[in-house]
Design a protein around this ligand. Structure first.
Ligand code: SF4
Length: 230
């Protein structure tokens, strides 16, 4: 149903506080790895944090923040500091062209795919930067985006470089080796979803999904499977 609201009805969800903080750290990470690809070190911690905070402040007034602007900025500063110390230090880009890589391809099922890989490392790993507000378990074998990127690029190792905005902020690199089984189950999912979209059948989120809720879905109030069905 999200696809229906977003691409058929063209109702674009506004940026929220969590998205803004994610985007801010993402921008600093991209800048850092671009520099690191040429100087092997990357940006200094202060420059990294400043870049993230500047991005935050540039857009903060247009966003409905969930906390005060100062608190949101502090969170960006704290999380970008942690990102720089951990992933920024440990991950090494393959080249200047391996940051924000545009991919165009398909999974061999005639469904075209376009996407951007945040980073490909020198040891051939596809990395997605994420800022999360909760420390949820992640199963990368079912991650449609990363498994698709893996198939298109022929790079077997995928990872999420995340920082989590918990009381004591956490940083984790979650790595997964993609199997043929993952690729075929993701292909199957893409095939059935794209077939349904072509037939203009829009399905609700699976029963019990955490994101199908007032807190996490922007379309909750207007979706027939959201508020009105409860
Ligand atoms: S309310 Fe649930 S089913 Fe409807 S768009 Fe949101 S996530 Fe999908």
């Amino acid at each position: 149903m999200k696809y229906y609201f977003r691409y058929v009805e063209e109702i674009k969800p506004p940026l929220n506080g969590a998205m803004l903080r994610g985007l801010s750290v993402d921008k600093a990470a991209n800048g850092h790895f671009l520099v690191k690809a040429s100087n092997k070190v990357g940006m200094k911690p202060k420059d990294f944090i400043d870049l993230a905070v500047d991005q935050h402040d540039e857009l903060a007034d247009e966003v409905q923040l969930d906390v005060s602007k100062a608190e949101s900025r502090d969170t960006v500063s704290r999380l970008s500091d942690l990102y720089h110390k951990t992933h920024g230090k440990n991950l090494v880009p393959k080249s200047e062209e391996s940051i924000q890589v545009k991919l165009i391809g398909d999974m061999g099922i005639q469904v075209p795919v376009i996407g951007f890989v945040d980073l490909i490392t020198e040891d051939d790993m596809i990395v997605d930067t994420k800022v999360r507000s909760q420390n949820r378990a992640i199963d990368l074998s079912r991650d449609i985006q990363l498994v698709t990127y893996s198939k298109i690029t022929n790079i077997n190792k995928i990872a999420i470089a995340q920082v989590v905005d918990t009381k004591e902020p956490k940083s984790d690199l979650i790595v997964h080796e993609v199997s043929e089984l993952s690729i075929s189950s993701v292909s199957q999912k893409i095939r059935s979803v794209s077939g349904a979209i072509r037939k203009r059948v829009f399905l609700p989120a699976p029963e019990g999904s955490w994101y199908c809720s007032k807190k996490w879905c922007f379309y909750w109030k207007i979706c027939p499977y959201g508020e009105s069905s409860k």
